[in-house]
Design a protein. Structure first.
Lengths: 119, 259
């Protein structure tokens, strides 16, 4: 899918939104699965976002500076008996990009809703 | 660790499309997906449901994005390649020379002595030379494939396996499978600039010649056939000695990139 430089595709908006919602619940950092789960539950979807789609989007958001990531202490993963985990958090510019995307969505939605309003 | 067949497929796919990437980037993607699989399995266990189909669909639908992501790294420099060229490369080079010399001596003796090289009083040395050569070629080839596993791709990995099996077969039978394996590995190594392209070309020439002799069912009791056989093997042996010398000195300049 082609997109304008710097613009966000719906999944990227959803990821930022999920990370911000989780943060508002006290979870400042989230790993890939948690974000995918939050998106799925929010949409009442049956399945999680595909691996490739999810991690490509996370990679792009991080490169754009909208997300920052860190790897957890390997000892934590070892203690839990699971693979090591990468945590993402939304940056200031990520918050701004999310707000811009929502504003753009609203602007697009307004003329449409106005068009169907009875005069 | 998630051991379901679907999770295995996902891991295999990640392993495939991340080949050729710098080791840290590759490990990061592998670990991230592994954690996702682990969480998915945990959640499914809590809910008391199977997750195989969901994993397979997540894999399938994400493949275009994986390929797109992987293509963004085409042509990027791979610092891991230069870093991996240390003293062990010299050891591999020394093994290549050892294998080349051992089998060259055997082939030179094979022309006048025929199968007598492996019989009688001299036979002990013939057998030792054969074993040393097979071991040295296999160790050098598999060592190189292992060292550059992030770069050589499926061709080199499969070639290393074929080489190993071929070396065992060559101890008591034809060397064709061994040559095919070595050719595959050397093509993969040439693609990433570890060896000159002359090496796989020499291997290919020898392999074609050896297959030709095998199909022709050449009579090795004739001196002329043995001379021909030695001539067929010569490019292969010379290529290994030259490659070994090159590796022993350091490494040829890294020139090519592979996807």
């Amino acid at each position: 899918m082609r997109r304008k430089e710097g613009s966000l595709v719906p999944l990227e908006v959803s990821i930022l939104e999920a990370a911000l919602e989780l943060r508002s619940q006290g979870i400042n950092e989230a790993h890939g699965f948690l974000l995918a789960k939050h998106i799925r539950d929010g949409r009442r979807a049956r399945r999680l976002t595909a691996y490739g789609t999810l991690y490509k989007a996370l990679d792009r958001l991080e490169r754009a500076g909208y997300l920052a990531s860190r790897w957890e202490d390997p000892q934590l993963a070892a203690d839990d008996g699971r693979p090591r985990r990468r945590h993402y958090r939304v940056t200031m510019s990520g918050e701004a990009a999310h707000a811009d995307a929502l504003a753009a969505e609203r602007r697009e939605a307004l003329p449409r809703s106005a068009a169907v309003q009875p005069s | 660790m998630t051991g379901s067949p679907a999770a295995g497929l996902v891991r295999a796919w990640v392993d495939l499309y991340t080949r050729g990437l710098p080791a840290d980037l590759r490990a990061a993607r592998r670990d991230e997906v592994a954690d996702d699989l682990w969480c998915e399995q945990e959640e499914a266990t809590e809910r008391g449901r199977s997750v195989g189909v969901d994993m397979a669909l997540r894999l399938l639908f994400g493949m275009p994005a994986d390929i797109g992501w992987r293509l963004t790294f085409r042509g990027t420099p791979r610092p891991g390649l230069e870093r991996s060229l240390t003293m062990n490369t010299r050891t591999l080079g020394a093994l290549a020379i050892l294998g080349g010399l051992a089998w060259t001596i055997l082939i030179v003796l094979f022309v006048p002595l025929s199968h007598g090289v492996w019989e009688g009083s001299i036979g002990v040395w013939g057998v030792i030379g054969t074993l040393v050569g097979a071991f040295a070629f296999s160790a050098s080839t598999i060592g190189l494939a292992w060292r550059f596993q992030d770069h050589i791709g499926p061709l080199g990995a499969i070639g290393a396996g074929v080489t190993l099996v071929g070396a065992l077969v060559a101890l008591g039978g034809p060397v064709i499978l061994f040559l095919i394996g070595l050719t595959m590995v050397t093509v993969a190594l040439a693609r990433i600039g570890v060896t000159s392209w002359l090496v796989p070309v020499a291997h290919l020439a020898t392999t074609i010649g050896a297959v030709g002799l095998w199909l022709w069912q050449a009579n090795m009791d004739l001196v002329s056939t043995r001379v021909l056989y030695a001539g067929v093997l010569a490019p292969f042996l010379l290529a290994w000695i030259a490659m070994g010398a090159s590796l022993f000195r350091g490494l040829p300049q890294v020139t090519a990139t592979s996807g």
